[in-house]
Design a binder for this molecule. Structure first.
Ligand code: GLC
Length: 597
């Protein structure tokens, strides 16, 4: 074991030390600090349980296991999916039937009482929230999942702690060291200077980026809610503490980390403070720490931004960063293309997405626990000839006005004309609640895109059953201000047990996609999609590997598309054969493989 660690240390410590030197090297105590970091890493390696050392070896032997055509992800809240961590063990057979190999559980760590942003205001990164269990339950769950071939992905909120985290409590009590863990700004002028460059994540419910704290006598940087205090990553001890936490959680069996709000770590006056170069260096250093101590670990960047920005979080061949990043631009473009009945935006996003470096890939998805953020499409709208002011607004209104098949609600737009985000479960947004006859075709089309477009597809709990919006949040004083609860329902047990026509139809369609994807290795994330020109405007088409062509018709009308070459094309989804052309049904798709004549 020790020998393996030493080997990995030799292979990666240069990369680690040099990266950290770039960020923190000017500090007089840098060398002493680096020694502390290495001592912490060696201790974590020594404490790694035997079954996880074995997992490290297994993953090193097949490092791209997440990037295969048979890897499907699933994302859920512990309490909404299985009541608690113990209850989730009972859900394993369900996940296996669905073909899931990667389970992302939204934060289940000890969180502040009252509003805690759905668990994203963490009071203790190393303790489980009492209502869902304890650390023993977590370890038992990771083992049970692992035996079933499923890796657990946990959230790691890198950017902030709750305002009642011990560091925050100590900072409030006047402890200077703890105050150094946060960004404290003394006066209003400084706040104004910082704000000039910043954006607002929650302009309606949490305007501004700073919150005055009486006890400290300063403004605390709070990018998200006032009770989420941004950590000061220019303090190397913050890096050391967070690296220690990752390794401790990894030693409990958490294999993948969703690095929440990863873009916001580094602050620079005048800048938007989203994706600053130092944020990337810090993530690259964290990756090197993991590669050395626990190489099974996979890092997933939660960065919701245009695709040209998110791809940077996958790093480069020489500077690996995260293994996965959300393809937020493509997700949003799928919805936009549906609203427009035209594949223009989806095509532009795919054309703008550089292929990920080897060993890294996208997470492709339709819905998650957050809103659909329209601004991720801004660059593509700006470049298109139809960059009409109101284009995003029209797309958003399509889903939120109640005048179409969709039953969504806009998010954080307040009373202003702005376009921010959209809330709603996929089924409600796609026409099921309105009784629209094409609802299932729309859901299949968007999930089909997520399954085919070159990423690890992630199913959001309830979508596989066509679950609807949950409006119970409006009557709950703790959640009533937060529209994202609209799409965070309880798991519909009865529907999962087959007692419901809609669920049966949706889960049948989903199972067909899972099976077809498994049969088509070319759909694995490692082969990037090549967008095909010359198709009708409504049709998105891309090649995958050799002789595989996927087509998606975003219009409500049937279209005919030409097929390339002289071969015969077989549609894997229907089994039908096609020659020089294909007729696509309204909202229809085809996954074609060519057979030479
Ligand atoms: C991420 C989470 C979101 C949360 C925010 C602040 O974007 O996905 O739900 O509100 O971070 O932690």
């Amino acid at each position: 074991m020790k020998a393996d660690y030493d080997l990995r240390l030799r292979a990666h410590s240069d990369r680690l030390d040099r990266t950290l030197e770039t960020v923190y090297g000017e500090r007089s105590d840098f060398n002493e600090w680096l020694e502390r970091l290495h001592a912490m890493m060696a201790a974590a390696a020594l404490a790694r349980p035997a079954h996880l050392v074995a997992l490290d070896a297994k993953r090193l032997a097949a490092p791209d296991w997440l990037l295969q055509s048979d890897t499907i992800g699933y994302s859920a809240y512990v309490e909404r999916f299985g009541a608690n961590l113990k209850g989730l063990i009972g859900r394993i057979p369900y996940l296996k039937r669905l073909g899931v190999r990667y389970l992302h559980l939204l934060p289940f760590w000890k969180a502040r009482a009252g509003d805690n942003d759905g668990g994203f205001a963490v009071s203790d990164f190393l303790a489980v929230r009492e209502d869902v269990g304890d650390i023993q339950d977590l370890v038992a769950l990771t083992k049970a999942l692992s035996e079933a071939g499923i890796a657990l992905c946990g959230d790691l909120v890198l950017n902030h702690t709750a305002d009642d985290h011990p560091w925050a409590l100590a900072a409030k009590a006047g402890d200077r060291t703890a105050q150094g863990y946060y960004h404290l700004v003394a006066d209003n002028d400084q706040v104004a200077a910082w704000e000039a460059g910043l954006i607002e994540v929650f302009p309606e419910t949490a305007p501004g980026n700073f919150t005055w704290n009486d006890q400290i006598g300063a403004h605390v940087w709070t990018t998200f809610y006032p009770f989420q205090w941004d950590l000061n990553w220019s303090n190397p001890d913050v890096f050391l503490q967070m690296a220690r936490i990752v390794l401790e959680l990894a030693n409990m069996g958490v294999e993948v980390f969703r690095l929440d709000s990863a873009a916001y770590l580094w602050k620079r006056l005048g800048a938007a403070c989203k994706g600053e170069p130092e944020s990337h260096l810090l993530l690259q250093a964290l990756r090197a720490v993991c590669d050395i101590v626990a190489p099974a670990i996979r890092l997933k960047a939660e960065v919701i931004a245009p695709v040209c920005e998110t791809v940077a979080f996958l790093g480069g061949e020489q500077a690996p960063e995260c293994h996965l990043a959300y393809h937020a631009g493509l997700m949003t473009a799928g919805w936009a293309s549906l609203a427009e009945g035209d594949a223009d935006l989806a095509r532009r996003v795919l054309n703008d997405a550089p292929p990920p470096p080897s060993g890294a890939g996208w997470v492709t998805y339709v819905r998650c626990h957050d809103d659909i953020g329209w601004m991720t499409l801004k660059p593509q709208i700006d470049q298109s000839p139809q960059r009409a002011q109101g284009r995003l607004e029209a797309i958003s209104t399509h889903f939120s006005s109640g005048l179409t098949y969709a039953r969504g609600e806009s998010f954080q737009t307040g009373s202003g004309p702005g376009v921010h985000g959209l809330n709603g479960m996929a089924a409600s947004l796609l026409g099921f609640d309105a009784g629209d006859a094409r609802a299932l075709d729309r859901l299949s089309l968007l999930y089909g895109l997520a399954f085919a477009a070159g990423g690890m597809p992630l199913i959001f709990m309830g979508d596989e059953l066509g679950q609807s919006n949950d409006t119970s949040w409006r009557a709950d004083p703790v959640r009533a201000h937060e529209g994202r609860w609209l799409h965070r329902p309880m798991f519909d047990e009865a529907a999962a047990n087959g007692g419901d026509d809609r669920a049966t139809a949706v889960s049948g369609a989903m199972a067909q996609l899972v099976a077809a994807r498994r049969r088509l290795p070319a759909l694995a994330p490692q082969t990037a999609p090549r967008v095909r020109d010359g198709l009708p405007d409504a049709v998105l088409g891309f090649g995958r590997g050799k002789g595989v062509l996927c087509l998606f018709n975003f219009s409500e009308a049937a279209v005919t598309a030409d097929l390339p070459g002289a071969g015969r094309w077989r549609d894997l989804l229907t089994g039908a054969d096609h020659g020089a052309t294909i007729d696509l049904a309204p909202l229809g798709m085809a996954w074609l493989t060519v057979e030479a004549l």
